[in-house]
Design a protein around this ligand. Structure first.
Ligand code: CO
Length: 297
C-alpha cells in the first residue's frame, strides 16, 4: 500500500552523483589522516571519515589520540595495520589488532584514549585504518554508552564465486552474508577488495545515503553509460537507487580497495562542537557543563 517509487527514483541503479577530494591533515596527538570534505546532508548520517595513515612509524615515534570526550554519536574504528590500545574513564579497555573493529556508541558520554600500546610504540611499524563517525538520532543521543569490540576472526568475510571480489562485512549485508555488529539505525559498512577483471553488484536499500571511499587502485563505479572512475583517495557520493556496481578493469596493474558506507539519513538539525554532536546549541553547552563537572560516564 505504500507508494515506494517516486517520480525521480524510477532508476534503481545507483551512479556517482559527485566526487569529493580528500585533504591530508593531522588528528589526535598529531597522526596523519586523509579526510574527505564534510558534506552535511549528502553524507547524513556519516559525520566524518578518516583514513588513519598508512604511516610507517619509527621506533618510539607512534602517535595516538590522548584522552578526549565524545557525546551524541558513534565512533567506528577499523584497523588494517598496527595496534591501538583503547581505555576509557569508566574502566573499559581493549587492544585492537589488524582486522579488528570497535563500534563505540558514545551516547551520553565517553572519555577515552586511543594510543599505540607500549610494545608497538617501542618497535614502531606500519599503522593503517579508518575511523568513521556515525550520527545518532535525537532520541538515542543520550543512550548508555555501548561497545561492540569485534576481533578479526568474528567478522564475516565473503568471496565472490569467481574469487575476484572479497568483502569484509562490518555492518549490513553482502553476497548473502550478514554482519555480526548491531547498529542503532540501518548502516552498511563494507570493505571491498576487487582484483583486476572483478565485478561486484551490491544491493543497497532504497533511501539510504551511500558513499564510496577508494583507498587503493582505480575503481569503476556504475555500468555502461554511467561508468565513472574513482581513484585512490577520492570519495564518491552515490545517487539513490537499489543497487550499485563496482568493477576493476581487467587491464589494471592492481586491484582496488574501497569502503562502501550507507546509512539512513536522519534529517535532523546538527549542532556540533569538536567531539560533541547534538541537535541544539543548548545541548552542546550542556555537554561542556557535564564534561567539566565530571558528569560523563
Ligand atoms: Co575518540
Amino acid at each position: 500500500m505504500s507508494k515506494k517509487i517516486e517520480a525521480d527514483d524510477s532508476v534503481t541503479k545507483r551512479v556517482i552523483s559527485r566526487i569529493v577530494p580528500t585533504h591530508r591533515l593531522l588528528e589526535g596527538g598529531g597522526f596523519p589522516v586523509r579526510r574527505p570534505a564534510a558534506l552535511g546532508r549528502l553524507t547524513d548520517p556519516f559525520l566524518l571519515l578518516d583514513e588513519m595513515g598508512p604511516v610507517d612509524w619509527p621506533p618510539g615515534g607512534a602517535i595516538g589520540a590522548p584522552s578526549h570526550p565524545h557525546r551524541g554519536f558513534e565512533t567506528v574504528t577499523y584497523l588494517l595495520q598496527g595496534s591501538i590500545q583503547h581505555e576509557d574513564s569508566a574502566g573499559n579497555s581493549g587492544l585492537m589488532q589488524p582486522g579488528d573493529v570497535q563500534w563505540m556508541t558514545a551516547g551520553r558520554g565517553v572519555i577515552h584514549s586511543e594510543m599505540p600500546p607500549p610494545d608497538f610504540l617501542e618497535s614502531g611499524g606500519l599503522m593503517h585504518g579508518f575511523q568513521i563517525w556515525v550520527n545518532l538520532p535525537a532520541e538515542k543521543k543520550m543512550m548508555q554508552p555501548r561497545y561492540q569490540d569485534v576481533p578479526r576472526q568474528d567478522i564475516p568475510v565473503v568471496e565472490s564465486d569467481d574469487g575476484f571480489v572479497k568483502v569484509v562485512v562490518v555492518a549490513g549485508k553482502s553476497l548473502g552474508v550478514s554482519a555480526v555488529i548491531d547498529t542503532v539505525i540501518p548502516i552498511t559498512f563494507l570493505h571491498i577488495s576487487i582484483l583486476p577483471g572483478g565485478t561486484l553488484t551490491q544491493s543497497l536499500e532504497h533511501g539510504l545515503n551511500g558513499l564510496v571511499f577508494c583507498f587503493g587502485g582505480a575503481l569503476i563505479v556504475g555500468e555502461e553509460n554511467s561508468r565513472q572512475e574513482v581513484l585512490d583517495g577520492e570519495m564518491a557520493i552515490l545517487s539513490n537507487g537499489e543497487k550499485i556496481s563496482f568493477s576493476v578493469s581487467k587491464n589494471a596493474d592492481e586491484g582496488a580497495e574501497l569502503l562502501l558506507l550507507a546509512g539512513q539519513p536522519l534529517g535532523e538539525p546538527i549542532a556540533r562542537y569538536g567531539p560533541f554532536v547534538m541537535n541544539t546549541e543548548e545541548e552542546i553547552q550542556q555537554a561542556f557543563i557535564d564534561f567539566q563537572s565530571g558528569n560523563f560516564a
